[in-house]
Design a protein around this ligand. Structure first.
Ligand code: ATP
Length: 399
């Protein structure tokens, strides 16, 4: 309470006034006491939280180990790495029903007691896989690419939905599909829409991450990827940036190259091993089809190639229509925008639509004007130079 708030008593006031003053003052002070007590309680809670945090920080590191066998409710046999086995206690806070032989656990350094249940190695997020049970993308969200979507559906959707048809005709459906083309033109989008259409789980893995983030483990991860895919079938496995593991093999001079090759060999082995009529489908994507190892493209592997190029005028118009579907447009000439964005990718066009919306919001408007779009084109594409570069690069790489 501030000093100004305090009620002052003047000497020349009456006795009754004095009593009233004292009563009010007491009420004020009681209120102050209550506020201070609440503050004290809050600070004590904060202090104990910080103390706990500090004691957690001071804890020695724990060993990572594997639970081999539960002996009873209190004890288990564990092992860390391939060392000796120990009979140890299990901390009371661990949920017993979740402990299974093979579980990864943290072991206290001194007593080796099980103090934490760690996420399984197969936990997709630990492995760096993105798993979506049913992607929220449908074919309606893809602008243009009619021919490409049609080809993808024939290669993947048809055999999944009507496997008997292929049996009757006596041919094997394609095993894997390779989507190639410049970045941001809808490869991931197509794979997601397909997974949605066939009610399949979508598992995405990025080639460059497999080899960079999990050094020495690429091959193991590939085999775990397919194991997970079989578990969750029907599944669409999407391998982005496959060139990071599937580039033409050079002589294995460095450890890094050997590692990449091992990962690729594992991928080829997995592809060779599974049934083309099964319900795990593999779609790979690359921006650099020219550097891929031909072994990957052999029949029975990625034997259906689909180019996903930069969109032409009609494609750009359709992509813009998709991304402005829910926007409140006022006198926007979408055709003119599609015309002036030659060389832009689908991702660029999406960014343009979003930026145009941002310009409207900045001007405190709830509708978007053509002017907003013009400013957005300028902001996203940064002048014609970038577009000219994109077109030139596209021509060099994809003909
Ligand atoms: P990368 O090679 O970089 O992985 P990509 O070809 O897989 O690129 P996407 O991830 O599919 O590109 O596209 C990025 C975003 O751009 C999408 O989420 C989507 O919003 C938009 N986009 C790209 N192409 C299209 C398209 N044809 N129709 C509608 N939106 C598109």
């Amino acid at each position: 309470m501030s000093v100004e708030d305090e009620i002052k008593f003047e000497r020349d006031e009456t006795y009754d006034d004095y009593i009233t003053y004292l009563k009010r003052r007491i009420r004020q002070l009681e209120l102050q006491v209550r506020t201070l007590e609440a503050d004290k309680e809050r600070l004590e809670r904060e202090l104990s939280r910080l103390r706990m945090e500090m004691s957690r920080m001071r804890q020695p590191p724990a060993f990572a180990g594997t639970l081999l066998e539960m002996l009873d409710e209190e004890r288990a046999i564990v092992q860390n790495f391939n060392g000796p086995r120990f009979v140890v206690r299990i901390a009371p806070w661990i949920e017993r029903e979740k402990l299974k032989p093979g579980s990864r656990v943290a072991l206290d350094q001194r007593t080796m007691a099980v103090i934490e249940l760690l996420p399984s190695q197969k936990d997709p997020s630990v492995l760096g896989f993105e798993v979506i049970d049913k992607p929220m993308v449908s074919y309606k969200d893809i602008g243009g690419l009619k021919k490409q979507v049609q080809e993808l559906r024939e290669a993947v959707e048809l055999p999944l939905k009507h496997p008997k048809l292929f049996e009757k005709v006596g041919i094997d459906p394609p095993k894997g599909v390779l989507l190639y083309g410049p970045p941001g033109c809808g490869k991931t989008l197509m794979a997601k829409a397909l997974a949605n259409e066939v009610h399949a789980t979508f598992i995405k893995v990025v080639g460059s991450e497999l080899v960079r983030k999990y050094i020495g483990e690429g091959a193991r991860l590939v085999s775990e990827l397919f194991e997970l895919a079989r578990e969750k079938a029907p599944t669409v496995v999407f391998i982005d940036e496959i060139d990071a593991i599937g580039a033409k093999r050079m002589d294995e001079t460095t450890g890094g190259e050997r590692e990449v090759n091992r990962t690729l060999m594992q991928l080829l082995a997995e592809l060779d091993g599974f049934d083309p009529r099964g319900n795990v489908k593999v779609i790979a994507a690359t921006n650099r089809p020219d550097i891929l190892d031909p072994a990957l493209l052999r029949p029975g592997r990625f034997d259906r190639l689909i180019e996903v190029p930069l969109p032409n005028f009609t494609g750009r118009l359709e992509i813009l229509k998709v991304h402005t579907r829910r926007m409140n447009l006022k006198d926007v000439d979408i055709k003119a925008i599609a015309e002036m964005t030659e060389g832009a990718s689908g991702a660029d066009l999406k960014a343009i639509a979003t930026e145009a919306g941002m310009f409207a919001i900045r001007s405190r408007r709830s509708y978007i004007t053509h002017e907003d779009f013009l400013k957005a084109v300028d902001k996203v594409l940064g002048g014609e130079q970038k577009l000219a570069q994109q077109i030139a690069m596209h021509e060099v790489m994809y003909g």
